[in-house]
Design a protein around this ligand. Structure first.
Ligand code: FPP
Length: 246
């Protein structure tokens, strides 16, 4: 099979520059051990560091992870509160290390619904790592693809209404500038763990030409070795972006 290459640029065979991950299976991982679901989320949080740390060696420059969706509020109050507390503690605990490892942290999603303490920590983490030039870690928190496109469209409509943007200038180049991901390249590879083959409202616009990997491994079992194997599989893909190659 031909090696993965980007036919938009005729680049040499390459690994994915941007990997996005739907980290699924924490609950089942915990249940299999007779433990509460939050135990699985804590184990999942520990995996994040291992995978982000592996990125430079694997040539992955951008990593975007789905931590909490706009639909996850429907979970029990105990689980939602536990996850929010985990996010706060995670940011407080990990940020110094991310700075040391030159990881730039960003958040995407709708922030106003998150509590003020968490939002302040998110702002602080973004500021603290704003000079970092290594891996770009983007954490999707209260994120939904449809919600993001709706918010972007609202702001775009405001710009049209005020005359800052002409309707005829709205195209595939303009709209993504209003998305939360405006400074990021599109994902090359989207991975979902835990055996579910759906995208659950994640990066809908951005993943139009992404490759997908749906794997059975539960997120807390997703090691650097599993990640490395997946990336080898990506290297064997032929990405044509709708074009025909010779
Ligand atoms: C899906 O598993 C996972 C989540 C909704 C939460 C993801 C959060 C983490 C991996 C940990 C924290 C992340 C950071 C960045 C600190 P699930 O609960 O739906 O699992 P299940 O399908 O087995 O029930």
């Amino acid at each position: 099979m031909a090696k993965a290459r980007d036919t938009r640029t005729n680049d040499a065979p390459t690994g994915p520059r941007h990997v996005a991950i739907i980290m699924d299976g924490n609950g089942r991982w915990a249940q299999a051990r007779g433990r509460p679901r939050l135990f699985g989320h804590h184990a999942g949080a520990r995996r994040v560091r291992e995978i982000v740390t592996a990125c430079p060696d694997l040539g992955v420059k951008y990593m975007t992870i789905f931590a909490f969706s706009t639909e996850n509020w429907k979970r029990t109050q105990t689980e939602v509160a536990g996850l929010m507390s985990l996010f706060r503690r995670y940011i407080m605990k990990e940020m110094q290390d991310f700075v040391k490892e030159n990881v730039r942290v960003r958040f995407i999603g709708d922030r106003p619904r998150l509590d003020a303490k968490l939002r302040a920590l998110m702002d602080e983490a973004e500021q603290m790592t704003s000079h970092c030039t290594g891996t770009n870690l983007t954490i999707a928190l209260n994120y939904g693809g449809r919600d993001e496109v709706s918010r972007a469209t609202r702001r775009l409509a405001e710009d049209v209404a005020s005359g800052r943007l002409k309707p005829e200038d709205v195209d595939e180049e303009t709209l993504p500038k209003y998305l939360d991901t405006c400074v990021l390249p599109d994902p090359d590879l989207v991975i979902r763990t835990s055996g579910e083959a759906r995208i659950s409202n994640f990066l809908l616009w951005q993943s139009a030409y992404a490759e997908y990997e749906f794997i059975d491994t539960l997120w807390p079992d997703f090691t650097k070795e599993v990640f490395t194997e997946l990336l080898k599989g990506y290297g064997a893909r032929d990405r044509r972006f709708g074009a025909v190659t010779a």
